[in-house]
Design a protein around this ligand. Structure first.
Ligand code: GAL
Length: 487
């Protein structure tokens, strides 16, 4: 059996033995440990406003790229309102906050840093501390400085993540951030969702790119460059951030946020769909861990390590292995996969489940809380601590979010009861924000934002989340109040 099939058989086998949602529902979930991280997550470009030096800012100007022609513009003005936003998070009982440092603000032109931007993030970190919020700092959340990737003038940049120069520049940036902010930061996330970046930039499209979609060879190269960049940054951050900000004896804990999706074949009886499902699950969900946990590179993504002459060469790379101190997982939904048997590297295409019988969110994604437990148990096999760095739902009128929140947390607690060492849950998002290619219409916030006045107002789920944080568990009363049924 080749490696890909073995991995899949193992993960499915263990899931089958452990199950999710099979055991009898208890009165209340087990309690979260007292030092559990409860909070929210954001990303610079989605909330700050006027990030004019990155690839998304120009991309948004191209007609047809963003729903309704939206431009991120002032976003939700978090660059100026961060202190008030953190005060609200504190009032809501949160003790953690994930945000990203915008590379293009710090380094708007190659090798020249903006001291004002550096001073700004020092203020952000000081404000988080004042408000009792532990920072989780992302160093790359989808955006690239224009000198790395310029979707309008490709000949003037570094070719984005296809080039080795980008890897080196990013690692230098991470090293400098570790020195600059290490006194205030222990939890680092180098790159948010490398496989989503690759998919959006080179496979399915939708993200800034100087190429049309389905440049599979470029995407494959970019994926391994992103992994290399993470691993090199991991080692540099550990060497340089020797300050223990929270006094737990660990000055730096470094990860890369992994978006995990539950997959299933569109038609269980179609061998093409089944093969497509296996391949997409392997490429999207598994390769990241094979590289960054096991150090194993399958450069042509064919499920084994014996192909000669690949770039990079296949096999074991000690410098890539064990470069995740904790698993940072983002979980939203489940996909169906249609087989594309004759395409290299990726033999299936995932789509949000179009089955009308299943409940969907406003963006059409299937709501599948049980998958959260399945994902956490699959990741639990690595024996590392896990932090949920994103989980949420677009829901303007907040009629689905209360149940979404309760059911997902119930399933998270079930995974914890089964032994998965989940240390925190960061909901996406603190407030409504610029949802990339969809623009402003999806509303992911616990806080609703009025885009005319930029005023923040709590949605009912914000109070529900506070109540859950306070109780540290899901009770039967809360379940029945929101109509939770999934467990
Ligand atoms: C994630 C991404 C976030 C946010 C979220 C909701 O993949 O990291 O930036 O957009 O999806 O769609």
């Amino acid at each position: 059996m080749n490696h890909r099939l073995l991995t899949l058989a193992l993960s499915l086998g263990l899931l089958w033995i452990l199950g999710c949602g099979d055991d009898e529902q208890e009165e209340a979930s087990q309690p979260a440990p007292p030092d559990f991280y409860w909070g929210t997550a954001t990303a610079a470009h989605q909330v700050e406003g006027f990030n004019t030096q990155n690839d998304w800012y120009l991309w948004e100007m191209i007609p047809g790229k963003i729903d309704n022609g939206d431009l991120s513009g002032a976003a939700v003005d978090h660059y100026r309102r961060f202190d008030e936003d953190f005060a609200l998070a504190q009032q809501m009982g949160h003790n953690a906050y994930r945000f990203s440092i915008e590379w293009s603000r710090i380094e708007p032109t190659r090798d020249s840093y903006d001291p004002m931007a550096i001073a700004h993030y020092h203020e952000v970190l000081a404000s988080l501390k004042r408000h009792g919020l532990t920072p989780f700092v992302t160093l790359h959340h989808f955006t690239n400085p224009l000198w790395i990737l310029n979707p309008l003038r490709p000949d003037t940049d570094l070719d984005g993540w296809r080039s080795q120069d980008t890897v080196e520049e990013f690692v230098e940036f991470c090293a400098d951030m570790a020195v600059e902010f290490g006194r205030q930061v222990d939890f680092w996330i180098t790159i948010n969702e490398p496989m989503v970046v690759v998919n959006g930039t080179y496979f399915q499209g939708g993200y800034p790119s100087d190429l049309e979609p389905f440049h599979l060879e470029e995407g494959r190269l970019a994926a391994f460059n992103l992994f290399k960049a993470h691993a090199a940054a991991f080692h540099r951050i550990h060497a340089l951030d020797t300050w223990d900000a929270d006094g737990d004896g660990k000055p730096a804990l470094v990860s890369s946020a992994k978006h995990m999706r539950i997959m299933k074949p569109k038609n269980e009886n179609s061998p093409w769909d089944v093969e497509g499902f296996r391949q997409v699950d392997y490429v999207f969900n598994q390769v990241f861990f094979d590289v960054l946990h096991d150090g194993m590179v399958d450069a042509d993504l064919d499920g084994d390590y014996d192909s000669p002459d690949t770039d990079p060469p296949e096999g074991f790379y000690p410098e890539l292995a064990h470069t995740l101190d904790y698993i940072a997982v983002n979980y939203y939904s489940r996909d169906v996969v249609t087989g594309l048997p004759f395409i290299p590297y990726v033999k299936g295409i995932p789509e949000d489940n179009p089955d009308p019988a299943v409940e969907h969110n406003e963006m059409g994604w299937e709501i599948y809380p049980q998958g959260f437990c399945e994902v956490l148990k699959r990741l639990g096999e690595y024996g590392l601590p896990v932090i949920v760095t994103e989980n949420g739902i677009p829901d303007a009128d907040d009629d689905q979010r209360p149940r979404f929140l309760v059911e997902h947390l119930d399933f998270m607690f079930e995974a914890m009861k089964a032994g998965v060492d989940v240390k925190g849950y960061l909901h996406w998002s603190l407030m409504d924000n610029f949802e990339w290619a969809e623009g402003f219409w999806p509303r992911f916030g616990l806080l609703a934002v009025d885009y005319d006045t930029l005023a923040r107002t709590k949605r009912p789920s914000a109070d529900l989340y506070s109540e859950i944080i306070q109780a540290g568990r899901i009770t039967e009363e809360v379940r029945s109040r929101v109509g939770a049924t999934a467990r």
